[in-house]
Design a protein around this ligand. Sequence first.
Ligand SMILES: Nc1ncnc2c1ncn2[C@@H]1O[C@H](COP(=O)(O)OP(=O)(O)OP(=O)(O)O)[C@@H](O)[C@H]1O
Length: 281
Amino acid sequence: MDHNEQPILAFQHLSKQFDDQLAIDDLSMALYPGMVVGLLGQNGAGKSTLMRCALGIVDVSQGQVSLLGESSGELSSKVKERLGYVPQQPFGYEGFTVEKALQLHRSFYPDWDIKLEQDWLARFELEGKKQVQRLSVGQRQSLALIMAMAYRPKLLILDEPVASLDPIARREFMSDLFDLALDSGSAVLFSSHITSDLERVASHLALMKKGKLVIFKEIDRVREEIRLITLKANQSLPNELLVLNQLGEQLLVDNYHEGIAPLCDAVASVNLEQLFMELHR
Ligand SMILES: Nc1ncnc2c1ncn2[C@@H]1O[C@H](COP(=O)(O)OP(=O)(O)OP(=O)(O)O)[C@@H](O)[C@H]1O
């Protein structure tokens, strides 16, 4: 990942206020080619709002969002053609068959990859002749994913894309997602409550709590640098440690390294699910 190049998506000091609700609070983050960012947060943490701000679907209150170098509020059709988005609740195309819906959708995208479309239709066992409104929730989600991916977008934004997919479809989809991003120099931002999926395919974790981005780092570094520790009696907190949460003597900290171990009575590593639970205790 070369961070000297232009980010595909960049949030700079973004805030979004809805009436009396601050949904996004001074958030900065940049996605570069090849990054697959898993967005985690409780219900109402601001994940969908962040995605909607990125796409210019809602106006930002403060700060900036740029997408392939353009401001999200003023995207050209050239940039829009290079975005893929699957909202939490897709979608439309009622009254169409799967085949006809794809035919129409495809016509908007010059870079549509028909082979990719066919492979995915077969993989998800979607029948072309079936009416869209007769599809199950999971099948609709699969169709929405094909529609967002078959033109190999430069930026793919997926709001809980796999919540309704069965474990086999989910697993296959998630690994393809990763390959797609790596192969085509794309970036992916996806939200999910399934921490094991996120752990398996994301290159980076973005964790939001009440509109704030509290963690944004590579998954490997999350594994290495976040710990649940208890400091020895009278031991002050080392400067480099960032306390993410505190429960009695126990501290959930970021920026941990081996040099800290002698200062502690106890050190425990946490997986993503434990991290999520500890952060919200
Ligand atoms: N159009 C809107 N008008 C007013 N408030 C809104 C609007 N959209 C979102 N909010 C509020 O902003 C906050 C963040 O909502 P958001 O949908 O972004 O959360 P989320 O993290 O995606 O949640 P979930 O995991 O449940 O999908 C919530 O408190 C929500 O009520």
